[in-house]
Ligand binder design. Sequence first.
Ligand SMILES: C[S@@+](CC[C@H](N)C(=O)[O-])C[C@H]1O[C@@H](n2cnc3c(N)ncnc32)[C@H](O)[C@@H]1O
Length: 199
Amino acid sequence: MREFILKASKAFTKMFRLNDLPGAGRMDLVCRCVTNALWLSHALRRDIIFHAALEGPDRPPKILSFDGEKLVGVSLDERNIASNICIALEKGYNLRSNEEIELPSGIKIAKKSFEQLVKEKSKTTQLFYLHPKGKDIRKVEFTQNVCFILGDHLGLPSATEKLLKRFNAQKISLGKIEYLASNCVAICNYELDRILELS
Ligand SMILES: C[S@@+](CC[C@H](N)C(=O)[O-])C[C@H]1O[C@@H](n2cnc3c(N)ncnc32)[C@H](O)[C@@H]1O
């Protein structure tokens, strides 16, 4: 299994206007990451789960999970993904700590923090966080279950890096150039696809 966790530090946890995704705490960035994580040219990647840890106003924290195996009726365009997120945020608005709901679209929303999710994943999955100063992704040995963690437009703060190190996450790099978060998701998929193709 391949997973991604995006730490979306400002993304709204309440309903938002579809005409202003950037104003909803960079929901546009979240949506683009979802597309790059889950869609191929003519198919969904069924073996990928993308999680967005939403930490913005006004009911944080929330984890949105898109499981390629379960998605139904969600299309790859930003507006469609955003409207599905909006529905999930409405349904999950009043969730209590550790409660979660799975919607008919297959999207899951949980009242859970980034830290809780990372802790859970650390028990079963090889964790990596993306940083230009990390080890070259092409020199890393990947196991079957991997999870890539990345920051939004504000990056991963040093306190988060400390937390990730506590859970044995390795810092890995896609090169010295700083890319958009959504590009990083696409590059990780590409690099792992190449490894699978060659093996
Ligand atoms: C747009 S960047 C964040 C930029 C932000 N200004 C900062 O200081 O971190 C979003 C995320 O993409 C990832 N990222 C961007 N370029 C990368 C690279 N060359 N190697 C690894 N990760 C990268 C990091 O996880 C970063 O937090």
